[in-house]
Design a protein around this ligand. Structure first.
Ligand code: GLU
Length: 471
């Protein structure tokens, strides 16, 4: 079902990198818009000038691009829309849905103190509402700039049917008259969100449930503006494996760090999609399937748990399905960072090496570590090589090693022929596979464990193998 009128937004505050929680919110908003053939908008909520940085904006854009979450409109920057917010405030003042308030901080403190003493919930008492101000005979203090407050409805309830949490009702008695512009004229957070959601004609607001308390206030302001209400969906938090709120300690780091570690965007997307949403028992699915299925149903209302092992498992799945040539392109810079030069003439073919190892690597970093084996000298790779060889190479296997070297000098150079030479050697010397294969691995690669030794040797130049075996 398409509905081109569907408009969603991702509205990050640029105070840090794009982390897993933000990326999940972005993904849900994106997938929902794509599902209906609607519009996905990126809005940068940079009004907190103390904490917003251009670097964070860049990090967010970079993270979105890496994940492949392209926006159709924006990025819109709230700081560039100040005139428009002021205009709406002026209109609201004229319409009586907002009013000036000159209450000083000291006065507000005293008000709250008195309320607490009476056992009431502290809240602004509406004294500067036009009707009260006259009744109370308040006088505008000279030289003091007022704040602007929204005139919240006094009674009734704000009710909405949350896409995730179901029906929610908040009594207006719980909400006091929110400040929508500070005394220096700058509009406040909730107000900017409202004006933007209204003017950008957002139909579905999907965001973290840390915003659920803002929603009744935002709905009241939207109503005062005569705006159509979007549907709200508040997605529960992501917790770490220990059940605590996801934090840096759990790896709640920049999505770009997942790039550094060698996760593929497709794996991260697949993983994030399952954090708080499900489609039957499907665990592994493409971006296209997600878009096809993501219609706003099956969103979980309980917190989801971040499971690094599952992300690794998924990443391995996507690595295995990636063509060897593509993996080679991705692994090459990672080898270069390890000072491994894989470009030598006649050396192992990186694509073939990636093909051999991709089953056992969870990340491109792990793949690069494994692949490096083919280029790093065994003596350099393993500082304990002499000791390990002494322990693994039994004296009776020495003649077999020499025999194998001569068979390898004569056979065809491919895994099948090499396997044949190994088997003949084992039979001639009455040895079992590990008695020969472990010393061979140690001598040629510096490691006791590698994928199948015949396939490994076949990737190496014959001369190198022979030289290392005979060394
Ligand atoms: N700027 C808010 C944040 O980063 C999101 C606001 C919203 O989605 O309504 O948490």
């Amino acid at each position: 079902m398409t509905d081109a009128k569907i408009r969603t937004r991702f509205a990050p505050s640029p105070t840090g990198f794009l982390h897993i929680g933000g990326a999940r919110t972005a993904l849900f908003s994106w997938a929902f818009a794509r599902h209906f053939g609607g519009t996905f908008i990126l809005r940068i909520e940079d009004t907190d000038v103390e904490r917003s940085t251009p670097q964070a904006v860049q990090a967010i854009l970079e993270g979105m691009a890496w994940l492949g979450l392209a926006h159709d409109e924006g990025p819109f920057y709230q700081m560039r829309r100040m005139d428009r917010y002021r205009e709406v405030i002026t209109q609201m003042l004229a319409a009586g849905t907002a009013y000036h308030c000159w209450a000083t901080p000291a006065e507000l403190d005293a008000m709250r103190e008195a309320q607490r003493a009476r056992g009431e919930k502290p809240r602004y008492d509406g004294r500067w509402r036009p009707e009260n101000r006259d009744r109370l005979g308040l006088v505008v203090p000279a030289g003091q700039q007022p704040v602007v407050r929204f005139r919240n409805p006094d009674d009734g309830e704000v009710v909405w049917n949350d896409l995730v949490k179901g029906p929610i009702a908040i009594g207006n008695i719980e909400l006091d008259d929110l400040i929508i512009a500070r005394s220096d004229g700058t509009p406040t957070y909730n107000f900017c969100v409202v004006v933007d959601d209204w003017e950008m004609q957002i139909t579905h607001v999907i965001r973290g449930d840390d915003h659920v308390n803002n929603t009744p206030r935002q709905i009241n302001i939207l109503r005062a503006l005569g705006a159509a209400l979007p549907v709200y969906g508040h997605v529960p938090m992501i917790h770490g494996p220990d059940g605590q709120k996801l934090s840096k300690r759990h790896g709640a780091v920049s999505v770009m760090q997942y790039d550094d570690e060698g996760f593929l965007p497709e794996a991260v997307i697949n993983y994030l999609a399952r954090l708080g949403w499900s489609h039957g028992d499907d665990e592994v699915f493409s971006r296209e399937s997600l878009v096809q299925w993501f219609d706003g149903s099956h969103l979980s209302h309980s917190p989801s748990q971040f499971d690094p092992e599952k992300l690794k498992w998924l990443n391995n799945h996507y690595l295995k399905r990636t063509p060897d040539e593509t993996l080679a392109v991705w692994v090459a810079p990672r080898l270069a960072r390890r000072d491994v030069d894989h470009s030598g003439q006649g050396g192992p073919d990186l694509a073939a090496v990636c093909g051999l190892f991709k089953d056992r690597a969870s990340t491109l970093e792990e793949l690069a570590d494994l692949a490096a084996m083919l280029w790093v000298d065994p003596v350099v790779a393993n500082p304990n090589l002499t000791d390990e060889l002494a322990a693994q190479l039994r004296p009776e296997a020495m003649p077999a090693l020499h025999d194998l070297a001569s068979r390898l000098s004569a056979c065809d150079w491919n895994a099948v022929a090499i396997s044949g030479a190994i088997k003949e050697t084992l039979a001639a010397h009455q040895l079992k596979m590990p008695q020969l294969a472990v010393p061979v691995r140690l001598k040629v690669f510096g490691r006791a464990q590698t994928p199948s030794v015949d396939a490994m040797l076949a990737l190496m130049p014959r001369e190198t193998v022979l030289a290392r075996l005979r060394a």
